[in-house]
Design a protein around this ligand. Structure first.
Ligand SMILES: Nc1nc2c(ncn2[C@@H]2O[C@H](COP(=O)(O)OP(=O)(O)OP(=O)(O)O)[C@@H](O)[C@H]2O)c(=O)[nH]1
Ligand SMILES: *[C@@H]1O[C@H](CO)[C@@H](O)[C@H](O)[C@H]1NC(C)=O
Ligand SMILES: *[C@@H]1O[C@H](CO)[C@@H](O)[C@H](O)[C@H]1NC(C)=O
Ligand SMILES: *[C@@H]1O[C@H](CO)[C@@H](O)[C@H](O)[C@H]1NC(C)=O
Length: 453
């Protein structure tokens, strides 16, 4: 009897300990912690913190210089958001510099600042005298928040839009009430295009990526006491060499969350993609054929890139070609399908081609070149239903014609058209881009966000 009693006690104890173990190691509140923003998480985990506890409460700032095209500027902004977070500094965010010609190339700090300030000062005068729609008015500056979803950014960093219209460093200083730049500003002036690469691991003392000349430890930047850290260009996808998991994860999240949410752009993108069967119903392609100013790589490789995309398409879709619409049943029953007026465009196309061709996918082709470019010939020969923005959907752009920059009233049509092209291409069930194009990279990201990979 007592032995049974003893066994009972032991069993009870084992169960008790097992339950206790489970409670301690797998707390139910585990799911909730996913919701905590990164700001709180880092302070909890105390990762990479080289801050001096004496001056934690004083607000500090950082900024950088934008340059080149839209996607280069986007990549710089993403890097800046990471720096702002890891350095716990308020980001003075430069606007998107939209230009009619690529005027501000990637240059070292002093040259770049002079170029920006000179061109923008000149531009301010010209646009004021001739009006923002005059062809000599070359720039308009758009706050990133007008275009992108800022939910993630708002949650994780502090920022102010930089508003001195000509990027004048003295105006910036007076805005921040900096009286003695010598002691209050740390300027990281790049002397070459890719001078600095940033490392979070203090054990590394030599740059491992030979594209960059010097290594900077993020820790050393966290220790800076100056009110402002002024970076130059921080463009580059490998600007950071990160070891800490939290840092890697944060940078990834910054990139994943940089998603266009301008209502007019989204609306037009949706309407056009509806004409192609809707979200996830066609193949989106981005083919960059031309060069934009300084870099000549796309023009020279245009034919190669067209072939590459064609090969990719035939490899991927030869075996399991997605049936473009639900026309399969009709297809069997009749050969003479007549397109009617209120059909969507993709259906009209399917009905106008021969039945043997109807298994081809619907394609949306985004490009910097028009449909009649000879390099596309091969493409149209191979695929019967290829749609392009200006040859098929120009009327949908009417809504875009009245969209203005709230800063200066400039029309944004010319700058937003390529984004529409990208949005439509991103909404297919599959996206194929041009190698090495940052535009394609961004469309691939939108695709992943809206459709999934
Ligand atoms: N309409 C349209 N224009 C495009 C397309 N792709 C590129 N462009 C044009 O090409 C210019 C260069 O594109 P950006 O996005 O600035 O390219 P980038 O920053 O130089 O990036 P890369 O693609 O890496 O060269 C843009 O301003 C667009 O006008 C496209 O699919 N459609
Ligand atoms: C971050 O900066 C803010 C504002 O300057 C300050 O109040 C806070 O203590 C800082 N946090 C950390 C972890 O350094
Ligand atoms: C504008 O930028 C160009 C480089 O694209 C430069 O050569 C020129 O000097 C700049 N103009 C001014 C007024 O600074
Ligand atoms: C740096 O080296 C020290 C000593 O070997 C080690 O404890 C630390 O974890 C290393 N830091 C990183 C980020 O790997």
């Amino acid at each position: 009897m007592s032995q049974r009693y003893f066994l009972f006690i032991i069993t009870f104890l084992i169960i008790y300990l097992a339950v206790l173990y489970l409670i301690i190691y797998f707390p139910l509140s585990g799911q909730i912690s996913n919701e905590i923003s990164y700001k709180e998480k880092t302070s909890q985990l105390n990762t990479l913190s080289c801050f001096d506890s004496n001056d934690l409460n004083e607000e500090k700032y950082m900024t950088y210089l934008p340059h080149s095209g839209f996607n280069n500027q986007r990549i710089s902004l993403e890097n800046a958001i990471f720096l702002s977070w890891v350095l716990n500094r308020t980001l003075i965010m430069p606007p998107i510099l939209l230009t009619k010609k690529s005027i501000i190339p990637h240059r070292p700090f002093n040259i770049l600042y002079r170029m920006l300030n000179g061109n923008l000062t000149q531009n301010m005068i010209t646009c004021k005298r001739r009006g923002v729609e005059d062809k000599s008015c070359m720039f308009t500056q758009l706050d990133w928040e007008e275009l992108m979803n800022f939910k993630f950014i708002k949650k994780n960093i502090r920022y102010i839009h930089r508003e001195d219209q000509n990027l004048d460093v003295n105006e910036l200083y007076s805005f921040l009430k900096i009286k003695d730049p010598e002691s209050q500003v740390f300027t990281l002036a790049e002397e070459t295009r890719y001078d600095f690469q940033f490392y979070d691991d203090e054990n590394i003392s030599k740059v491992s990526d030979d594209q960059f000349d010097h290594l900077i430890h993020i820790c050393s930047l966290q220790r800076r006491k100056e009110k402002l850290i002024h970076f130059g260009s921080i463009y580059h996808l490998n600007r950071f060499n990160l070891k800490y998991k939290e840092n890697i994860k944060f940078l990834k999240s910054v990139r994943e969350n940089m998603i266009i949410n301008h209502p007019v752009l989204l609306n037009i993108g949706e309407k056009i993609s509806e004409q192609l069967g809707g979200l996830g119903s066609y193949i989106g392609i981005h083919l960059r054929l031309g060069d934009n100013g300084f870099d000549k790589k796309f023009g020279a490789k245009a034919e190669e890139n067209v072939n590459l995309v064609l090969t990719k398409l035939s490899n991927e879709f030869e075996s399991d070609v997605p049936s473009s619409t639900s026309l399969d049943e009709i297809e069997v029953s009749t050969n003479n399908l007549v397109p009617t007026k209120n059909m969507i465009e993709s259906e009209k196309c399917i009905r106008s081609i021969s039945p043997e061709q109807r298994h081809y996918p619907i394609i949306y082709l985004a490009s910097d070149k028009p449909r009649n470019d000879v390099r596309f010939k091969k493409f149209f020969r191979e695929f019967p239903c290829v749609f392009m923005l200006f040859s098929n959907f120009e009327k949908y752009l009417d809504q875009l014609k009245g969209v203005k920059n709230p800063r200066d009233g400039a029309l944004l049509y010319r700058y937003f058209v390529p984004l529409i092209d990208g949005i439509v291409a991103a909404r297919g069930f599959k996206f194929v881009g041009t190698p090495e194009s940052t535009f394609s990279d961004y469309v691939a990201r939108l695709h992943e966000y809206w459709v999934g990979s």
